[in-house]
Design a protein around this ligand. Structure first.
Ligand SMILES: *[C@@H]1O[C@H](CO)[C@@H](O)[C@H](O)[C@H]1NC(C)=O
Ligand SMILES: *[C@@H]1O[C@H](CO)[C@@H](O)[C@H](O)[C@H]1NC(C)=O
Ligand SMILES: *[C@@H]1O[C@H](CO)[C@@H](O)[C@H](O)[C@H]1NC(C)=O
Length: 270
């Protein structure tokens, strides 16, 4: 992949941190390669000689000539790659929503070390680099459409990727964030700091995003006006540290409004 610095933008939900990262180049070397039948779980020996694994989910009928979107689902703390892949709402429910029978999107669930993403010495970012390289060499990927999303620690990792790989990822073209006003793990003001950092990076005009009141059982979406192609959307909702909030204030699972927002946000990038 080529490396040209561009402003970052992305998606993440904080604390309910869902993030994603598109790239801006061409199709990969893997396009047109003989039909690939990837094993489900792939190994990767990291530079620290720690063995790493990741799960690859190809579309039901993978078409080697078609450039695919690539979406990383990054697990939360104390989980592993099977948490995102095998959860009752796989890939935060995005896999089911992404496109009918998943004909154009490849999903990957990488495995953190010690069930987390401490990214010690940048080893987790290197892990993502290696996965992207392996996948690009073997599979047909549209490098303009690489995303990552995760909840909590997985959101933090996604955020970290967006910030530390503006060249590797070339551009991180979208930013979506949501935060529960009752978040007891990463409080609202810290969530807003993360958001504001992205507003700055993406050249957004200042705008006071509305926060909903506690126990209001409501949400408020603010779409910021930013550099063309680098939108930032922020949703404040009445809830705690939740990946897939519902309108009633709890966890909505596969019926959460949250993943629909992320899906719509990702799909604006073509
Ligand atoms: C990595 O592990 C292999 C196999 O256990 C070993 O042969 C090699 O020396 C290790 N390399 C480093 C740098 O520790
Ligand atoms: C998914 O696959 C089923 C069975 O092959 C088919 O009936 C259905 O129309 C497909 N849905 C979409 C959205 O492509
Ligand atoms: C939010 O959390 C940070 C870090 O724990 C803390 O310094 C800050 O005072 C908290 N802010 C509020 C409004 O609770």
């Amino acid at each position: 992949m080529t490396s040209t610095s561009r402003p970052l933008s992305w998606i993440f939900t904080l604390l309910s941190f869902l993030l994603l990262i598109p790239i801006i180049t061409a199709d990969t070397a893997g396009c047109g390669k003989t039909q690939h039948s990837a094993p489900l779980i792939l190994p990767y020996p990291s530079r620290n000689n720690k063995s790493r694994r990741w799960i690859l989910r190809l579309p039901t009928s993978y078409d080697k000539s078609k450039p695919h979107r690539l979406i990383f689902g990054v697990h939360w703390r104390d989980a592993d790659m099977t948490g995102v892949d095998g959860d009752s709402a796989p890939y935060y429910s995005l896999r089911a929503l992404a496109n009918g029978n998943h004909t154009t999107t490849i999903f990957i669930s990488p495995d953190g070390l010690n069930k987390g993403w401490a990214n010690s010495g940048g080893e987790d970012v290197s892990f993502f680099d290696a996965i992207i390289k392996a996948v690009s060499d073997d599979l047909c990927i549209n490098e303009k459409l690489i995303f990552s999303l995760g909840y909590s620690y997985g959101g933090a990792m996604s955020y970290s990727l967006a910030c530390s790989r503006p060249k590797v990822f070339r551009a991180v073209a979208a930013f979506y964030s949501q935060h529960g006003v009752r978040d007891s793990v990463l409080n609202l003001s810290m969530g807003k700091q993360l958001r504001d950092n992205m507003l700055k990076r993406n050249g957004c005009a200042s705008k006071n995003a509305q926060d909903v009141a506690r126990n209001s059982r409501s949400k408020a979406k603010t779409e910021h006006s930013c550099t063309a192609g680098y939108p930032v959307t922020y949703v404040s909702f009445d809830g705690d540290h939740t990946a897939l909030p519902s309108d009633s204030g709890g966890d909505g699972g596969a019926n959460s409004w949250s993943i629909k927002e992320v899906d719509t946000f990702f799909k604006q990038f073509t």
